[in-house]
Design a protein around this ligand. Sequence first.
Ligand SMILES: [Zn+2]
Length: 550
Amino acid sequence: MRHLNTLTPKRQLGLAIALSSLLLSSPAQASPAATNASNANSSSPRVWISLGDAAYQALQKLPRLKARSETSVAALASGPAPANSSGAVLEREAALEQVHLVEVDEGGLADLSEAVHESLRRCGGYLFHASKEEGLRSLQRLSRPTPALLAASKPSYVIDQQALVTPMLSQMQASNIGQTILDLSAFTNRYYTSSSGVAASNWLKTRWSNLAAGRSDITVEQFSHPAWAQKSVIATFKGTDNASEVVVLGAHLDSIAGANTGESTRAPGADDDASGVASLTEIIRSLVASNFKPRRTLKFMAYAAEEVGLRGSQEIAKSFAAMNANVVGVIQLDMTNYKGAINDIYLFTDYTDAGQNQFLTQLIQTYLPTLKIGSDRCGYACSDHASWNAQGYATSMPFESSFAADNPYIHSANDTYANSGNQADHSLKFARMALAYAVELGADGPAVTPPADKTETFSGSLTLNQTRSFGPFKLKAGGTLKASSSGTGDIDLFVKKGAPASSSSYDCKSDGSTASESCSVNSTANTDVYVLLKGYTAGSYKLTVSYTPQ
Ligand SMILES: [Zn+2]
């Protein structure tokens, strides 16, 4: 059993399934009656958690947890393993690690978080399950390859929104991220059951709502969790014409400092994970400042209760799966502001999607070409992306350092902005990468096939220097869009692909001395086209936009 990963993938799969079916009838399992009897004698409710081998070893050192009935399966990788030092890539779907289902005292869970942090320097590290049955279902899913039915939702991962993304990246500011980190770490702690943890959730809802003020297509809501007080916060940019496809950008709101985090325990969580929430906040600000309206729906999520078994994100991901939500991509920012290793951004290859990770690599190479990219593994249930991965969705987890060289101050009173050097330059890299991800995925919709020579016309009047904008008009790859004007006065015409046109920013202009102007643009990729008319003398005009497909 210790050499599972030397088996071929096919035999591996068979063995994993055999293991999980054995579980259901194993005499080693406590019967429901026995479980109830032991519960009756316990001072603390018994709960179920699943955890990887390394965290399981940490658990064994904690007699207070009184871990009982245990079983395990071999988790299958959802993507290729990273190349080893000799350059060989391990076989796809080889076993990642052994994952164990364990019954423990709920009161001892904080001890486990502490032990996982102490021995593994890991933020999450286990999944909480409300029942044994739920835990078994979760383990059984792990031993199967990702369901094929979601493959239909895979985006094209084409990078074609430079006109929108590049100006947004240049106006993002590390100082804004730093201020949000300071604001969040000013709460005594953001523990999932504490009053300051609740206050931090309310504060963030207000902050995001203020950023979205004036945009009726953006809503900011709190997601309530029945078993604890802290609510997750979700900001939604509703897609214009492809709203049923959803892109999720996440970070976790809660913080922790040791086994007995309580009302007055100081847990600033500046890096873990105010830095992730602050990065999302700067993305929201930048998208609104640029008046970006996505075609797909974008959802920004600050999860409650990550540090105690990914509980907030699990409830949210399960609710989305239950609604058959078409989530086409998930990215998690958990710890972004401590540069502990040589590369700038490390992409974790386990419990993530290889295709989406490759897309992120290309986004970094396109938009942030000076950054160095690394890869590593993070292990089972390492952060909230694992909750989405468990439901079959494509996830990525870009991290601040190699796994072994992350911030040494997390989960203590010392996880402060000062101990990240009073700067947010490292976080800004992640915020820019994630904004590019949001815009490139958000700007996509179903291919538009305009009918041949389709014509749209608008009529109105303009005075001197008065402008009027039109669009976006959908232009399919290979097609041509022609805008032409006629009328009584003198009008100038500007046309731009990918962003609203102005008299100083355009791909094509026509500024003769009459009202008869025309401009054509073509494109090698699907894009949006915007038209601007600007009056030179007062007059009435007519604009005609016509398409010619390839
Ligand atoms: Zn974290």
